[in-house]
Design a protein around this ligand. Structure first.
Ligand SMILES: [Mg+2]
Length: 177
């Protein structure tokens, strides 16, 4: 991912994440009884913690509802999850309204065509490394890492480093361990 503009990074108040293909590699493993399994990146998890330490609120926004995703969000202290949202841009506008911020103060990370409207609308629209080409065309940045394999961590590090916050946030986080 190329370096972020410092002023752009400093404006970001909210990080909104698609789930399948962003926090996971997009695979949904189904068992015989219909139970679902998904794999998440522990490094993305630490990244989300670091973003929260830096005062950036993290929100999940997914077209699919899933008990596993709710559990992952709970583990990471993600207070706001919008799951089963088919109209992502509409949902994003409501989120911005509720937080009383502009879309330009939001970073959004996605991987597929359903993410095109929100990615094009926000201040920082990010496509994961293995996102579909149509999304990469509207995204302002593309991560080197693929979905479920550190793309979220890479985005968060890029934001915090561009702000000049990275070292302080890291030290603050480590002091609590
Ligand atoms: Mg997705």
């Amino acid at each position: 991912m190329r370096d972020l503009d410092r002023a752009l990074a400093a404006r970001i108040r909210l990080l909104v994440l698609d789930v399948d293909g962003v926090l996971t590699d997009g695979q949904i493993v189904l068992g015989r009884a219909g139970e679902e399994m998904k794999a998440f990146s522990a490094r993305d998890g630490i990244g989300i913690k670091l973003a929260q330490c830096a005062g950036i609120e993290v929100v999940f926004l997914s077209a699919r509802d899933s008990a596993i995703v709710r559990e992952r969000g709970r583990m990471l202290g993600v207070g706001e999850m919008h799951l089963g949202e088919q109209q992502k841009l509409g949902a994003l506008r409501k989120i911005a309204e509720r937080h009383a911020i502009g879309l330009d103060e939001i970073a959004y990370v996605g991987d597929d065509i359903i993410d095109i409207p929100p990615t094009a609308a926000v201040g920082l629209g990010v496509a994961v490394g293995d996102a579909c080409e149509d999304l990469k065309e509207v995204a302002s940045h593309t991560t080197d890492a693929e979905g479920g394999r550190g793309a979220v961590r890479e985005t968060i590090e890029a934001i915090l480093k561009a702000r000049g916050d990275w070292k302080a946030v890291l030290e603050g986080y480590l002091a609590t361990r």
